[in-house]
Design a protein around this ligand. Structure first.
Ligand code: PLP
Length: 394
């Protein structure tokens, strides 16, 4: 199929494998939990409508962080009552849209959001379910730049800042949920379990008097192989969770993004030039950080496969054509020797790949293809040059 695709479509393009996504969601749904649970896909990982529609079919809800993601989720077929809205910087536009759609829960990260949601809901004759994202002050032991649960960070609210009694008195909101998300690419399940433990204790404490918390939203963050060789041990995680929740009646929500889609995606790219600079050999490809940002953002290296027959290995830096010195896809990687015109694929880039792509340097955003066995279809066409001018006024 690869050579057929490379004949039919010019690079760069993302290729996703439907079966890989299916296996991931089926695995998550098959976990042997002794409590009520639901998975909500973190749309930011891959917001393509075809991917969302596929995941929705497996009884997943959606987790969104903007009006745009909410709009796309509804368009892809998610019911509003299966959508959760997170995010540390929701605008009034975001909040009004989420309130009018009466989604499952708006998880606030700033206490001022509650007053606004209350007032707007009352004006509309509605009562809106809310959650509060707690900052549990737990180190996720992952990359610093994707750690989100430590005190001093911008995410969530510190417990000592919250007056639960006063929030319970608002008539336009119903506090049903406590949530948290301590980071991404987590491979040490003990860190997740410690943060869940904190949330459960807090919910138990609130419920001794107020009895409002029915749902605990434990966020996502399940690691896939990427920057380390470690893997999250799902069985230990599941068993510890069953123990933690033994005798409790909370509904549990998880918000995985990366785990569901990362391994399904590949970015195909062409070698434009190969050159020497000092003691370095540098490949310039037709993909750059506009198409795949994560190496430049986080210093990670995706698995790389060269699509040629070469037996000789060389060490290269792989860069794009953007006029920025951070525009690298990989540094010091040992791969088969390449020449101009060869193809390279970056693997495990189904999450935060296309969704983080941009048109910087006025580059058209790439094509996206979804395959299932020998069948495939385009699920996002490449931007045209006209698309690049679409919203601009001269
Ligand atoms: N939930 C929240 C609130 C997030 O911020 C994120 C990612 O940033 C996720 C879920 C998904 O995380 P991951 O893709 O690591 O599972």
């Amino acid at each position: 199929m690869t050579s057929k695709l490379l004949q039919e479509f010019s690079t760069p393009f993302y290729l996703y494998d439907e079966e890989v996504i299916q296996n991931k969601v089926l695995f998550l749904n098959s976990l042997d939990f002794k409590f009520d649970f639901k998975f909500h896909f973190a749309v930011k990982a891959n917001p393509n409508l075809a991917i969302l529609n596929l995941i929705k079919k497996y009884n997943f809800g959606a987790e969104v962080v903007s009006a745009g993601e909410l709009f796309k989720s509804l368009k892809a077929g998610f019911d509003p009552t299966s959508v959760i809205f997170d995010g540390p910087g929701k605008t009034e536009f975001d909040l009004k849209y989420a309130i009018t759609q009466q989604i499952k829960s708006i998880n606030v990260e700033n206490l001022e959001e509650i007053a606004f949601i209350n007032e707007y809901s009352l004006n509309k004759g509605l009562i809106t379910n809310i959650g509060i994202r707690i900052n549990p002050d737990i180190d996720a032991k992952t990359l610093d730049k994707i750690t989100t649960g430590k005190s001093g960070g911008k995410f969530g609210v510190s417990v000592d800042q919250i007056d639960f009694e006063s929030i319970a008195k608002f008539k336009g909101v119903r506090l049903t949920t406590l949530s948290e998300h301590i980071g991404s690419q987590i491979t040490d399940h003990n860190q997740l379990i410690s943060s869940y433990q904190k949330l459960i204790s807090l919910a138990d404490k609130i419920n001794t008097s107020l009895k409002t918390i029915q749902t605990l939203d434990f966020g996502g963050g399940f690691g896939v192989i990427d920057h380390s060789d470690k893997k999250l041990n799902f069985r230990d995680w599941q068993n510890d969770l069953n123990q933690l929740l033994d005798g409790k009646s909370y509904n549990i929500i998880f918000e995985p993004g990366r785990y569901v889609v990362a391994d399904s995606g590949e970015l195909y790219t062409k070698v434009l030039y190969v050159k020497k600079s000092g003691n370095k050999k540098i490949i310039i490809t037709d993909s750059s950080f506009s198409e795949y940002l994560r190496p430049a953002l986080y210093d990670i290296t995706p698995p790389i496969k060269v699509l040629n027959e070469s037996q000789d290995l060389e060490t290269y830096d792989i860069a794009g054509g953007i006029c920025e010195s951070t525009d690298y896809l990989a540094k010091d990687v040992q791969i088969p020797r390449v020449k101009q015109g060869d193809f390279i694929k970056l693997m495990n880039v189904g999450a935060y790949g296309s969704s983080m792509s941009s048109t910087y340097n006025s580059r058209p955003r790439p094509l996206e293809i979804l395959k299932n066995k020998e069948e495939y279809r385009v699920i996002r066409s490449r931007d045209t040059l006209e698309d690049l001018c679409k919203n601009e006024i001269m």
